[in-house]
Design a protein around this ligand. Structure first.
Ligand code: PLP
Length: 516
């Protein structure tokens, strides 16, 4: 390797900056919550169901936390059941309502933009004969109340409605939904997971029958949720066993998590007071993004109908996988508008319900801000995006789950496989890959065949050799170079389905330039 090419090594030193813009996925646990939880873990081990002193103290702590949660969401403490997560809460309601009404009444109405914990539970119940109808949303993601009025009938026993959507931030008129449902004798499940601390939650005022919450979305711990069941609404437990939670949810209480949830709820008022600042940062983000890429499309609705912290943006012509990988490399955490971030290639059902094409969904990023974000965080994030769009990027590291069909078969991507020959003999390569014969830390003999106007995706077995080659290419002036993080081994492990389906197809062996 020529000595001047070593300049690329400077890119190895990662940027230290960390910007977390994925608060709708989860939030950091606040200091106060940590302290309260530590206190429980170190000193309060009594089982709340037992009858002696330390157990009674634990039981008191559970009840205090119940009051704190109820107080933050406009409910009575007696209406709150602690669960393991909001997924459990949603499951429990859908099953309980079905058990109560079905088969006498058969129909559940849902929005197309619910969380999978609702949609997949409904899909499961459909296999048992429950009729599920999807009420459409408009282009902003607001439930079509006129359609709800048209669809709802005497057979409908439940309406599932996400109060604030995790992907776009759209807020529903839940009071109006509950009013329509009530008129037709149907109950309402409100998925409120993204609401507390971002918008006021008033369960009694809204008139809903059930609501789901999760502590880890509001600076509390993971693994603890709550379920609101309005007094008098039918309910039966999902988990049977002991008589915890008034016999409505069996299982020894997760005391430290429950106390953590209660403590987190005490901050809801402060979080709400902070919302205008978050909204101002969101505005700044929109402004700066529009300057960086004037044709970017904001998928989130207008401020009045949107969570203060959530922004879904489509960047036409830019794969979100590449942008996310670049942001990750520079220390910025965001998530994709497409579920591909979880290894599933299906474009987001939420964006598609808004009429956004599958291709645009794969060009979409969700930013979700939190209380610790600053204007400097926003400016830094947009700077990284600007650099990426302008090709002023060091090597992008792409996680194996992101290397999906749209990348493997993308005309604008040139896959460069620099595996040593023994690995090539053992495993098939990525489809459409260009393999470099032999073994080398550079690919200097093949540069004429490696196009400069495409994204170069460099792959090797473990992701180390390809990093070296990636930086070599970067130093040679290639604008868009992406390294497969963890290499082909990780990709095969993560995407065995794609390996089985496509590996080995259309592989080309590069010839040394001199030979031509
Ligand atoms: N509902 C919504 C709207 C969510 O955003 C989430 C989490 O992402 C859930 C439900 C599930 O929450 P949990 O992680 O507590 O199961």
């Amino acid at each position: 390797m020529e000595i001047e090419n070593l300049a690329f090594l400077k890119h190895f030193f990662r940027f230290n900056r960390r910007v977390y813009l994925d608060h709708n996925a989860t939030t950091p646990v606040s200091r106060r919550v940590q302290r309260e939880m530590t206190r429980v873990l170190t000193s309060h081990y009594g089982n709340p169901s037992s009858l002696y002193g330390i157990a009674r103290k634990s039981a008191e702590m559970v009840e205090k936390a119940r009051r704190q949660v109820a107080g933050a969401v406009g409910a009575d403490a007696a209406e709150i059941i602690f669960t393991s997560c909001a997924t459990e809460s949603n499951n429990a309601v859908v099953h309980a309502a079905s058990a109560h009404f079905f088969p006498g009444r058969k129909k559940i109405i849902t929005t197309p933009i619910e969380h999978p914990s609702v949609l997949n539970t409904l899909a499961h119940l459909q296999t048992r004969g429950v009729v599920v109808e999807v009420c459409p949303v408009d282009g902003r993601g607001r439930l079509r109340l006129d359609e709800l009025e048209r669809q709802i009938d005497a057979d409908t026993f439940l309406v599932c409605c996400i109060v604030a959507n995790n992907e776009t931030g759209v807020i529903q008129d839940i009071r109006a939904v509950a009013e329509i449902a009530q008129r037709h004798g149907a109950l309402v499940l409100a998925d409120c997971v993204q609401a507390p601390g971002k918008i006021p939650v008033d369960l009694h005022g809204w008139g809903v029958d059930y609501a789901a919450f999760s502590a880890h979305k509001l600076y509390g711990p993971k693994g603890i949720g709550a379920l609101y069941v309005k007094q008098g609404s039918p309910f039966e437990p999902l988990l049977h066993g002991g008589h915890q939670e008034g016999g409505l949810r069996a299982g020894t209480e997760s005391l430290h998590n429950i106390v953590g949830f209660g403590a987190a709820c005490q901050d809801v008022k402060t979080l709400l007071a902070h919302a205008p600042e978050t909204r101002a940062l969101r505005r700044r983000l929109i402004e700066r993004l529009k300057q960086a890429k004037p044709d970017c499309v904001i998928n989130s609705p207008e401020e009045a109908e949107c969570l203060p912290n959530t922004l879904s943006v489509t960047f036409p012509g830019v794969e979100n996988a590449e942008l996310m990988a670049m942001l990750d490399f520079r220390g910025v955490a965001v998530s994709a508008g497409s579920a591909c971030s979880t290894g599933d290639d299906a474009p987001s059902h939420v964006l598609q319900a808004l009429g956004i094409s599958a291709q645009a969904a794969r060009q979409t990023i969700r930013f979700s801000l939190g209380r610790d974000n600053t204007a400097a965080d926003i400016d830094y994030t947009v700077r990284v995006i600007r650099d990426t769009l302008a090709g002023r990027t060091p090597v992008v590291n792409m996680g194996p789950a992101l290397v999906n069909e749209s990348i493997l078969f993308d005309e604008g991507t040139f896959i460069l496989d620099v595996r040593p020959p023994d690995d090539r003999r053992r495993y098939k390569g990525l489809p459409n890959a260009h393999e470099v014969p032999g073994f080398s830390l550079t690919v200097e003999k093949y540069l004429k065949q490696i196009p400069r106007d495409k994204r170069i995706l460099v792959v090797c077995p473990g992701g180390g050799l390809s990093v070296m080659v990636s930086y070599y290419l970067k130093a040679k002036g290639y604008p868009r170079v992406t390294n497969l993080r963890g290499g082909l081994d990780a990709w095969r492990a993560r995407r065995g389905d794609l390996y089985q389906k496509y590996a080995g197809q259309n592989i080309q062996m590069l010839e040394p330039d001199e030979a031509g």
